[in-house]
Each structure stands twice: as C-alpha cells, then as structure tokens.
Design a binder for this molecule. Sequence first.
Ligand SMILES: [Zn+2]
Length: 242
Amino acid sequence: MAAVYQALHRRVSSLACRLHSTYVRKMRYLNQLKEDDSLCRQAQTSGTFYLFHNLSPFLQKVGKKYLVPQLSAAETRQILEKLQEAEQWMEKSVLIGCSDEHRPRFALDLGWDDSSSSSSPASTTLDKSVIEAELQGSFTDLRKALFVVDRKDSPLLASAQSLLRWHDSHQYCSKTGQPTEKNPAGSKRVCHASGVTYYPQVSPVVITLVSDGSRCLLARQPSFPPGMFTALSGFCDMGECF
Ligand SMILES: [Zn+2]
C-alpha cells in the first residue's frame, strides 16, 4: 500500500512540476513579447487572432455550438486588405496570451475608433456586416457570448475585451491631453509629450455564492429583466479589504 501511495505521489508531483514549468515558460515568453517590440511584431506574423467589433467578440455557430474562431495571421490580413491599411490594423492588435506551444494569441477590434491616431482616421473602421458575411458568423455582445461559448474560451474572451476596452478609453494622456501610443503587445501606452507610461489597471472585484446544501442566496436589482438574478458581488474601494 505504501509503495502504491509513494508511486502515486511521485506521479502527481512530477505532473504538478511539469504544469508549473509550462506555466513559468509561458509567462517568461509573454513577458519577452511585452518588452521586445520587434519580437512582438514578428510574433504577429505567426500568431492567431480573435476578432472583436466594438468590444463584441466574433462567434461562429456550427450546429448547436458557438465557436470562437482563431484566425491565422494570413486570414486576418486577408480581411484587413479590404481596408487597404492592413499593416496599421495589425499594429492595433493586443497580446492576450499564448498556447502551451508558445503560439501567441492576439485580439483585434475591427470597430475601434482610433481617434488619437492621425494616420488612421475613424472613417476607416470596418463595416461589421461585411466581416460577418465574409467569415459567416456574428459579433455578439460579450455577456451573451459567455453563456453560449465553451467554458474554456470564456476567460480569454473576458480578458481580451477588458484589455481592448482599456486601450479604447486611454487614447489620451490624462496629464497633458496628448495622444498616447500603444506598444505592439498592447501591455502599455506612452505619452511622448510628458513621458508618462500608462499600464492597464486591475479593478479588484469580489463575487460570492452563499450556499446552504442545494440552496443558494441570490439577489436582483430593479433594472434587471424578469427572471434574472445574480450572486452577491461588488467592487473593492481603494484601501478596502476583500
Ligand atoms: Zn502626457
């Protein structure tokens, strides 16, 4: 019995160790892409892309399932060529992770109104229906998308959207009012007038499920549609403990 336990323990610890080293290697690689702009531009040519339009992710319905397609760089470029500004659009993508094999993943919002950039005026945003027809799918509100996509895709979609949203709302320096410029990975924005660097901020939030056997406590706001309830949750204020 002790021998079986020891063998099992060894297997579990070697698996944990492997998972841990895979995670560490991935994080190191992602950090390299965030720091090294030319490496990141190179990665854009071999990476996969998740498309968004005005912060809504692109989904494809296959049978009864909703899939979140990952486009290759070539497929993404094909779509962008319709804009005749493929290179500028590739630059707008943000790094959102990588596979275990270190294939980088990017998110790109084709409806982004990049008003801070003089080289790509807002009029060049892609028409949503044109892309939907071309790729046979639809841009879906994230809150609805999270209910229908595979569970493994949800965290990536949510973090991609929050990073895209941060870029959308931080196009100007809050000190000088000058346009900020994103780095290729999208891990920061810099104001060249004041030298201020902006990093995506984290907004701590707590969500709890108070349960009692098979029952749980839910709440609702008057603004919710009928039948909608939520677990108790809220944002943490500055200095407030969880
Ligand atoms: Zn500034």
